[in-house]
Design a protein. Sequence first.
Lengths: 269, 283
Amino acid sequence: MNRLVLNKVVLTLSTISALIGIGFLFWILITLSYKGIASIQLSTFTNDLVEGGIRNLLVGQFTMALMATFIAVPLGVLAGIYLREYGENSRMTSIIRSLSDVMTSAPSIVIGVFVFALMVEPFGTYNGWAGVVALAIMMVPIIIGTTDNMLALVPKELREAGIALGGSKKQVIMQIVLKAAKVGVTTGILLSFARIIGETAPLLFTSANNQFFSMDLTDQFPSLTVSIYNLATYPDEASRELAWAASFILTAIVLFINLVGRYVTRHKQ
Amino acid sequence: MSGNLFRNLSFFSATLSLFILVGIFAVLFSYAQQSLHEFGFDFLFIEEWEAGEDDEGGIFGGYIPIIGTLLSTLIAMVIATPLAMGIAIFLTEIAHSKIVKPFSIAIELLAAIPSIIYGMWGLFYFAPIVQSTVGGNGVGLLTAGIVLAIMVIPFMAAITRDSMNTTPDVLKESAYAMGATKFEVIKDVVMPYAKGGIIGSIILSLGRALGETMAVAFLIGSVMSIPKGITDPTTSIPVLLANNFAEAQDLEISSMYYLALILFVVSFAIISVAKFYFLGRKK
């Protein structure tokens, strides 16, 4: 009898921990929506931070994340192609694959410190490019990983068929392998974008922040996440409300991209 | 573009990530030189963090942020591990197949929420609860540890679930046929089979928790003092960097590079052990 009771207890505890996990998700999302929606006004989207809105912050955050994507996608996809298509099983390939895998979990604040030393200190000013590079450094290993894994799923026969038709290695990769893995690779890019758009730590002392609208990447650059961090610690109610509005919008964007990514993968496979 | 050029370009991209990694280590190491020369390994045990007169010299030791990082991570692990195991067991052995998918997505969304959001929510909604139930002034080790736990749970649960899922059904069915209860199957068949993956997921989450910045920055209190109790405020390496790095100079900023180097090397080592020793190489 004892073991049946123990069985019940453990299964109940497991179910409870699952409910606790879900409970936290809803708790966070509900408070965020409640506080966020109540704080959003039309002026939140039309004004810049200096006038109590987040227009410049949204534009700034997206600009940096998109620029980082433009840098990271070719590098990450090409590196993934090298590892899977050219590297065979050489020692070098397995070292690069392992290190890049570890880099996906590297502390983001350290990447901020690294880019500060290379791109902020020498110029004496925070700048948008430094933020872009910090985000790109975070993004590349994620894209390498997903590209590598997705290319591995493409059947060997497809490659052989391509070569039998007289295609060069490059043609086979670009026109057959990459096409077959298109959905997976794109989803990987989408999810890595969702990850870096919400990053704060690598931007704190690279792009820093800017209260005004700016498209000048050589100077301090407006950031939504850095602003949330600053606003939340101000004592006045208006700043906090803006921080809630910004947090809600940021979370909505991140979760939306995640859901789209998941939907696309499920739908196309 | 010729085939050769394409091959070289992709080789260059692949080695670039290697250079970045070596570059991070080299930059942190060389900028930390001043502090390394001044304090050496004693740095780890020096409790002071004080600028000298006229910003000359001063004493900067890593003891407090290192202890703060370790303790907040320890609290997070103690809370997260049983909950993550429970969630993984629920998803693999208990839940009806119709619930598993939406539930997994929900848990993964929890992992996708940016850490700064956990910080905001923790500061305004969770800290007051800790304050009224356990005491202290809301922000401190315990609050940071709990919110850190909530952040790593989805991560840990997902990897544990995946490795539990690899247990062959035949093994489980044989145990059931012998009259084993579900718990006994989990304990004596699934757990031993998935042991490497489970330990790996715990160590990997540990490595991530060590370097987590924003959520902890909101919640740990950010003061340079040794915590005497579990609710006391203190600081951690990432939080100290986040708040004070940009204004620091000379020996102080060099000491911060030193801290960043320690954090980078330690989390690199921990994550490597988790990935390659326990989780094995993915093909």
